[in-house]
Write a protein that binds this ligand. Structure first.
Ligand SMILES: [Zn+2]
Ligand SMILES: [Zn+2]
Length: 83
């Protein structure tokens, strides 16, 4: 299945700068949108970052990454997405 032409999160079409994914202090470059390993949306580098959480290279969007970092402790109850 081919990735969509636009980011499924911010709806922008990927440009050069949007296809660079932050991994720690480095950037990794990909030719296409990457898929979040958790919610499986194809998103651009602005909406997706590369994390070393589950294995060597995990691609998580910001929303899913927050569930791993839990900066304020405690998992969010289900149904808190959106508004
Ligand atoms: Zn995006
Ligand atoms: Zn996600």
């Amino acid at each position: 299945m081919a990735p969509p032409a636009t980011c499924q999160s911010c709806r922008r079409s990927p440009s050069e700068s949007l296809l660079r994914y932050r991994k720690g202090e480095e950037y990794v470059r990909h030719d296409a949108l990457l898929q979040c390993d958790v919610c499986e949306r194809f998103v651009c580098g602005e909406c997706l970052e590369v994390y070393d959480i589950l294995s060597g290279d995990d691609f998580l969007c910001h929303a899913c990454a927050q569930t791993f970092h839990k900066p304020f402790g405690g998992p969010l109850p289900p149904g808190t997405r959106g508004h």
